[in-house]
Design a protein around this ligand. Structure first.
Ligand SMILES: C[S@@+](CC[C@H](N)C(=O)[O-])C[C@H]1O[C@@H](n2cnc3c(N)ncnc32)[C@H](O)[C@@H]1O
Length: 265
């Protein structure tokens, strides 16, 4: 049945930082968009430039608008943390639903552009599910996959993420923090403001670290963890001081082949 008129919302993975990460499917989606929705989280200017540059370069097929949705203020010291978080999620869903309803025609095409891929440490898809539950507006969601920072890290170092048949874990700095041993031989760590790699105490561990992957000032450091950890801490601090923000991702892997149990077969 094709007589149902409904808004379409693309959630487009734009890649980790290099404008050329955008896929041809992403370009085709961008060309169909009437309204680009941007949730203003006070993002770094370089990330705004990346997003605006992609829109400027590819959204050339028809007129489009960019609609900024201001982030809902959050009480950082609530009396009841859980109910405050629930209220905040509801308020966001209502605000975003209202923007979609008011700014996008009933047969219009909207889009959210997401750094990397929407499946990895990104809340856009969960958020849109909540927006739909709020029942302010009806829409279909179409996801366009993108290159994750994990893939960008592996490509820049020119390595596979794991040995033959081994597993790989993708986790956060918060979860690695306080562990002397990574949980599996190949662990990719994202969202690490804690420099959790400094707590890993394994003479056979190697680290492959990357900051601003895919961007003009990409920084890479690789080597035995106990030899390069300090250098990474220093370069991280210097880069952060210079720019005011940092995005970094790394792989910690055990180099000795005592991991037969992890191999297949
Ligand atoms: C909110 S998550 C978003 C991840 C994204 N959806 C992806 O697919 O890569 C942010 C984290 O992704 C990683 N990240 C994203 N872009 C990066 C880049 N260009 N260079 C290094 N790390 C990046 C960092 O670990 C950062 O803390």
């Amino acid at each position: 049945v094709h007589d149902r008129t409904v808004r379409t919302l693309f959630v487009i993975g734009i890649g980790a930082g290099n404008p050329e990460h955008l896929t041809l499917q992403g370009v085709a989606a961008i060309q169909r968009v009437d309204v680009f929705f941007v949730i203003d989280k006070g993002n770094a200017p370089e990330l705004r430039e990346l997003r605006d540059g992609l829109i400027g370069r590819h959204a050339t097929a028809k007129p489009h608008r960019i609609v900024e949705i201001p982030e809902v203020e959050r009480d950082r010291t609530p009396e009841d943390y859980e109910s405050e978080v629930a209220d905040w999620h509801r308020a966001r869903a209502v605000r975003i639903g209202g923007a979609i309803r008011d700014e996008l025609d009933e047969d219009g095409v909207g889009a959210f552009l997401v750094l990397g891929d929407p499946s990895l440490y990104d809340s856009t898809l969960r958020l849109l599910a909540r927006v739909r539950e709020a029942r302010l507006v009806d829409f279909d969601v179409e996801v366009v996959p993108g290159i994750t920072s994990v893939q960008a890290l592996a490509a820049s170092h020119g390595v596979p993420l794991h040995g033959v048949g081994e597993p790989v874990l993708i986790t956060t700095g918060r979860r690695l923090a306080g562990r002397a041993d990574p949980p599996v031989p190949n662990t990719v760590v994202m969202l690490d403001g804690l420099e959790a790699f400094t707590g890993v105490d394994d003479p056979d561990a190697e680290i492959l670290w990357g900051a601003y992957l895919g961007m003009a000032d990409e920084i890479l450091v690789a080597g035995p963890l106990d030899e390069v950890a300090e250098e990474i801490v220093e370069r991280r601090a210097a880069a952060r001081a210079e720019r005011g923000w940092i995005l970094d991702t790394y792989l910690v892997r055990r180099t000795v082949a005592d991991d037969e149990a992890w191999r297949e077969g």
